[in-house]
Design a protein around this ligand. Sequence first.
Ligand SMILES: [Zn+2]
Length: 154
Amino acid sequence: MRDLSLRSPEYRHIQPGRVLVVAGEARRGSRGTVKPLTFAKGASRDGSGVRKPVVRLNGKRMLYCITLRPLFFRSSRPSQRVETLLHELFHVSPGFDGTLDPMRRHARLGDTFRRRFRPALRRYTEEHLYTATVELVTRKRHRVPRIRGGLPVH
Ligand SMILES: [Zn+2]
């Protein structure tokens, strides 16, 4: 993910150290989901008093949580893993403020999501698939503690 934010213009706003990646159940049979961990401007509570949990890892506030479905992840090719990760990161707001980009919601874009995401994915995979794959494969699982019963993969 570090490689991604350094080299890919579409992902330059991503701060890898503030994205928590865990394995767990993803919604509606999808391969992964991304959850914003704050409301606008980093607030942990919105106007109606709804709270979001403040998740810290080694003292650092996490702004996003990406959940990857372990069964899919283990049985998929490295390129599919990269695609899933890039897909979820594509939802992150350009300001990287702990919220998702409302303009990139599937509900809003429908098939256009695919058309917008494809070029970013293609650019990245053509140039950097090898590095990204190596990074994903060689990451040591035990570096991140278990969170809510999920098995860390990042
Ligand atoms: Zn999506």
